[in-house]
Design a protein around this ligand. Structure first.
Ligand code: SF4
Ligand code: SF4
Length: 343
């Protein structure tokens, strides 16, 4: 066996020497036949994907079975299959993280029943229930052009474009420029969580740090929008439901292009994690209405305790997941999720 830790560049002399010493050369590699093709290009007869599958993990059972099928191992090598009983697992659909600053914005957009042209980022998850508040998503930076297109097509539906801060700086600017140039009545909501969360919290031109962590110039998103001639530009705290709703309503009634920057740091940034303070549901007050569950926060869970009058299960907060963002407190009409004393 010739085992390779690095696949590229291929050690030609070593491979040739090894091939000369064996009757048949087989390549065992996961996914595409990369090494196999490189070796074939050296003029060495080689077998790989004819025997071993191109998809999935090559664990011992898969390799053994493939080798038996190809006649490389005798049938006697086949192991008896063992059924391992496993309990049914609960469904875990992808969902925005607990304390995600985008949650309140999508709650408002759903309430206002607007068509939301989305973009690429964590917030694309708002497409899924229970929020189900994002209606299109095609490629990086497409949100603004799609919302603009809906407006140009003469659709009477109210529409907004939603785009994250790093995506906006990556490919959103040309769309916004076009919006300003055409004075289109399309609100753009920039979900500014001060990082590139989806790919692992990389810095970007709006954070004031380079990818090497050095201090640098910080691109001011509001100033950029104003510099394009957009007059209606507003910044709000993403956790403030009332302020977000007011800002979105104002942007929807603006006479031309409008930009709302909904800003809050990603709840998973290390500095933010240190400030987490979980909330708790007052079970005496909770009537199980389920309004808070529409937020789709994984920290909010139904309990086994049923409210006698309504027959609905009460809700509790998982203290291991809750960040204490207080968005659910603002949604609960019964005041069953008290905010922290500072309020
Ligand atoms: S919104 Fe309030 S009352 Fe309704 S289920 Fe949630 S915690 Fe209970
Ligand atoms: S405060 Fe409410 S919405 Fe925020 S993380 Fe905790 S349970 Fe979720």
């Amino acid at each position: 066996i010739l085992r390779r830790g690095m696949t590229y560049p291929i050690p030609k002399r070593l491979v040739r020497r090894f091939a000369e010493g064996v009757r048949r050369l087989l390549v065992l590699e996961e996914l595409d036949p990369f090494l196999e093709e490189e070796i074939r290009l050296l003029g060495i007869p080689v077998t790989g994907k004819e025997v071993f599958p191109a998809c999935g993990e090559l664990d011992p059972a898969v390799v053994r079975e493939a080798a038996i099928r190809a006649g490389l191992l005798p049938e006697s090598e086949r192991l008896p299959s063992v059924e391992v009983p496993s309990p049914p697992l609960p469904g875990r659909p992808p969902i925005l993280c607990p304390g995600c600053p985008h949650r309140a914005v999508f709650h408002v957009l759903r309430k206002l029943k607007v068509v939301v042209a989305g973009d690429i980022g964590c917030y694309t998850l708002a497409y899924l229930p229970p929020q189900a508040a994002l209606h299109t998503c095609s490629c990086m930076g497409a949100s603004i052009g799609v919302a603009h297109g809906i407006a140009q097509a003469g659709s009477p539906q109210r529409r907004v474009a939603v785009i994250g801060d790093s995506t906006f700086l990556h490919t959103g600017l040309p769309g916004l420029m076009n919006l300003a140039y055409n004075q289109a009545r399309v609100p753009v909501i920039i979900l500014d969580n001060c990082t590139t969360a989806m790919t692992g919290h990389q810095d970007h031109p709006g954070t004031g740090r380079t990818l090497q962590g050095k201090e640098t110039v910080r691109i001011d998103l509001a100033a950029v929008a104003r510099s394009l001639g957009i007059e209606h530009v507003e910044c709000v705290d993403s956790y403030d439901l009332g302020a977000v709703e007011q800002a979105v309503r104002a942007a929807l009634s603006a006479d031309g292009p409008a930009v709302v920057i909904a800003r809050r740091e990603c709840a998973l940034l290390p500095a933010v994690r240190r400030t987490w303070q979980p909330l708790a549901v007052d079970s005496e007050r909770c009537n199980g209405c389920g309004l808070c569950l529409q937020l789709g926060c994984p920290a909010l869970v139904r309990t086994g305790s049923v409210v006698e009058a309504t027959g609905r299960p009460r809700v509790r907060i998982d203290p291991l997941l809750c960040t204490g963002c207080e968005v659910c407190s603002q949604v609960c009409a019964r005041g069953a999720i008290p905010r922290r004393p500072a309020h």
